[in-house]
Design a binder for this molecule. Structure first.
Ligand code: SAH
Ligand code: SF4
Ligand code: F3S
Length: 434
């Protein structure tokens, strides 16, 4: 282990909130006097910011730890952070003696003190969940990518029967509007053009997410607002209306449904039905006809029959998703679904996942094709593979390839000219004056 670490690396797995947390941990460590290790260089401190959502994600944390031992037998100081740290603090230390620090998602503002204490050879654990205090203890934002994440809500009280998030992230809390607006302004000053508001149930933000979005939309220099992830039961009429009224709010809604079978939705404790979900989608399309709908699905939840699964294919057809993520059910320790009868075999799960992937891909391609010919704007984010090529995002979150000498953060006026399954091509008219 490395006493007195001078360089660090933060590696984040899992959802966008973990990416946000990873950025904040890096800022915190930099403020405490350490510097980020260069690409390919050994770091004195490695923070593994882990995800517990499915078994595979959680196992990745442990296999990564094994790879941190160097050829000469030495190793960095290792901090296990994120949702695995929260869920398995005790087991993690027993499983891997190489872990020096265990710090949960609500306690990482204490990381610098823990690093200092770990130098004396003690193994430290902090998985307290003091609501909100981490945000107050974090340094102000000074760096931002063109599209920047901003956590506004954290935790979950929904307790879907398959899900670990209520245990790893704790009870639902909303950050105060004033704090969010201050952080938003700092991010825009630091170069953000788009803000993605994050929460495990972002649309349950206590002050009304529509009102927060309207307040954020008055920030000069901020061009685009997105939010994720929403729960269907918290999709208010006011938030839907905002999609038709706030220009900066992008026409994109990620609204996970998980299954197209009411029987499965009940077993999952989802608190919405197929019908209520479809009604919400209809309202969103009435407010903003071009809105792109995205979703999440779980196949092979305990007890799922072929008929239940076919109902899922039907809801995919009914919604015509612009994109969607689908996962094989993974039994998670401590969740009610893990103890349910009729666990589905891996073979059946594989077969269903494949069929669902194909169906989603058809709709995604159809959506992309339907946007050919549109005159729109992209936010340039990065270089493409070919020389002179840049990649930006359309309002509908499509990746658009263009030939242009434009820096990340530039808004370009484009016509969408061609569609692929996962991306678009565009022809540039001009830079949009911000
Ligand atoms: N808060 C969000 C997303 C949480 S996790 C929501 O409520 O929708 C992201 C996605 O992972 C979920 O939407 C679900 O599709 C999937 N997921 C969660 N737990 C899972 C499990 N045990 N097995 C497989 N997929 C899971
Ligand atoms: Fe998990 Fe359900 Fe909460 Fe989403 S709403 S985080 S799936 S418990
Ligand atoms: Fe994973 Fe935790 Fe996010 S379990 S999905 S990192 S909230």
């Amino acid at each position: 282990m490395n006493a007195n670490p001078k360089t660090f690396r933060v590696k984040s797995f899992g959802c966008q909130m973990n990416v946000y947390d990873g950025e904040r941990m890096a800022e915190l460590l930099a403020d405490s006097g350490m510097s980020a290790a260069g690409d390919g260089d050994d770091a004195d401190l490695v923070v593994l910011n882990t995800c517990h959502i499915r078994e595979k994600a959680a196992e990745k944390a442990y296999s990564d730890i094994g790879r941190l031992r160097r050829e000469d037998g030495s190793r960095p100081l290792i901090a296990l952070a994120g949702c695995v740290a929260q869920a398995e603090a005790a087991e993690a230390k027993a499983r891997s003696p190489m872990i020096d620090i265990v710090v949960g998602p609500q306690a990482y503002h204490r990381l610098p003190e823990m690093v200092a204490a770990a130098e004396s050879g003690r193994r430290l654990v902090d998985t307290d969940m003091p609501a909100l205090s981490k945000f107050d203890a974090l340094p102000a934002r000074r760096r931002a990518s063109p599209s920047a994440f901003l956590t506004v809500q954290e935790g979950c009280d929904k307790f879907c029967t398959y899900c670990v998030v209520p245990y790893t992230r704790g009870a639902e809390i909303s950050r105060p509007a004033g704090d969010i607006l201050a952080e938003a302004r700092a991010l825009v000053d630091a170069g953000a053009v788009e803000l993605v508001l994050l929460g495990q149930n972002v649309n349950a933000w206590a002050g009304g997410l529509d009102r927060l979005i309207r307040a954020l939309s008055t920030i000069d220099g901020l061009e685009r607002i997105r939010y994720t992830t929403s729960h269907p039961a918290d999709m208010s009429d006011a938030l839907i209306a905002a999609h038709g009224e706030v220009d900066k709010l992008m026409p994109y809604l990620h609204l996970p449904v998980q299954s197209g079978s009411d029987r499965m939705l009940r077993a999952m404790n989802r608190s919405h039905s197929v019908e209520s979900y479809l009604r919400t989608i209809e309202k969103a399309r009435a407010a903003r006809p071009d809105i792109a709908i995205s979703g999440d699905f779980i196949v092979g939840f305990p007890g799922e029959t072929e008929a239940d699964f076919e109902a899922t294919l039907q809801i995919v057809d009914a919604v015509r998703y612009a994109s969607a993520y689908s996962f094989k059910y993974s039994a998670r320790p401590g969740t009610p679904a893990a103890a349910m009868e009729d666990q589905i075999s891996p073979e059946i799960m594989d077969e269903r996942l494949q069929r669902l992937h194909l169906r989603i891909a058809e709709h995604q391609l159809a959506f992309n094709r339907s946007t050919i010919g549109r005159d729109t704007a992209i936010l340039v984010e990065r270089k493409g593979r070919r020389p002179g090529q840049m990649i930006g995002k359309s309002p509908w979150l499509q990746s658009v390839h263009v030939e242009a000498a434009a820096k990340p953060g530039t808004m370009l006026a484009v016509t969408l000219t061609a569609a692929g399954p996962n991306s678009m091509s565009g022809a540039v008219h001009a830079a949009v004056a911000a």
